[in-house]
Design a protein around this ligand. Structure first.
Ligand SMILES: [Zn+2]
Ligand SMILES: [Zn+2]
Length: 226
């Protein structure tokens, strides 16, 4: 009996497994998400994480396009998140699948990210026995959770954080945070709103306010670095 390789876990592992049963189950549950193997409360299949990321990315592209008719450089700060998360997810899944296939001397015959995730999902026991099982668990769960955070989850699909509020109030700079509200129905307006001063910006104003928010973020970064 030895100890689980996952950082901070001291549960025992048995036989040739390097990570404990609980962390193996956790990895399987996480991998079901990009593999498109989850079902909702009624048993209907749910979209896979890569599909949801693609939908979020295209929705963000559309929003940027409508607030930036002249195609000026520099979108809103959140623009890249879903695309970045999709890239990290695809590469992390592929790297571990290729590593596992290599170790086990089997062919990896998957083409899509969803297929690769499903392949790994069916081989969690192999992952648990890999020399770097703790690392595999850490990297895979981090990539999946990062991707999950980047999509507009159905429950709050319409809302995500953009950055610090650029407005001034009577007592100085507004301490609030600006959120984007994206309608789930096309006939509702999309808007940005500050949680503190309640300032609202409509989509034609997004490019300008996005630049101001970006400026604020950079100013804070510089102040932190100084
Ligand atoms: Zn563990
Ligand atoms: Zn504000």
């Amino acid at each position: 009996v030895s100890e689980c390789d996952v950082e901070g876990c001291d549960r025992p592992t048995h036989n040739t497994f390097l990570i404990c049963g609980r962390h193996g189950d956790e990895l399987a549950r996480d991998l079901a998400d990009p593999a498109g193997l989850r079902t909702d409360a009624d048993g209907h299949p749910m979209p896979s994480l890569p599909d949801e990321l693609a939908a979020t990315t295209s929705r963000q592209d559309k929003l940027t396009a409508c607030s930036d008719r002249r195609g000026a450089a520099g979108g809103l700060p959140w623009k890249e998140n879903a695309a970045d998360a999709a890239w990290v997810l695809a590469h992390t899944l592929h790297a571990w699948a290729a590593e596992l296939a290599d170790t086990r001397r089997v062919a990896l015959d998957t083409t899509t990210v969803t297929e690769t995730a499903a392949w790994l999902h069916n081989r969690v026991d192999w992952l648990r026995q890999h020399d770097a099982a703790g690392e595999a668990h850490g990297e895979l769960t981090a990539a999946i959770r990062n991707a999950r955070a980047a999509i507009d989850l159905p429950a709050n699909r319409a809302r995500f954080e953009v950055g610090p509020c650029p407005e001034d109030t009577d007592d100085g700079a507004c301490p609030g945070t600006v959120w984007a509200y994206i309608p789930t129905r096309d006939d509702d307006p999309a808007l940005l709103r500050c949680t503190d001063c309640d300032t609202v910006w409509s989509t034609p104003q997004w490019l300008r306010v996005g630049k101001r928010i970006r400026g604020l973020i950079e100013q804070r970064k510089r102040r932190q670095a100084a």
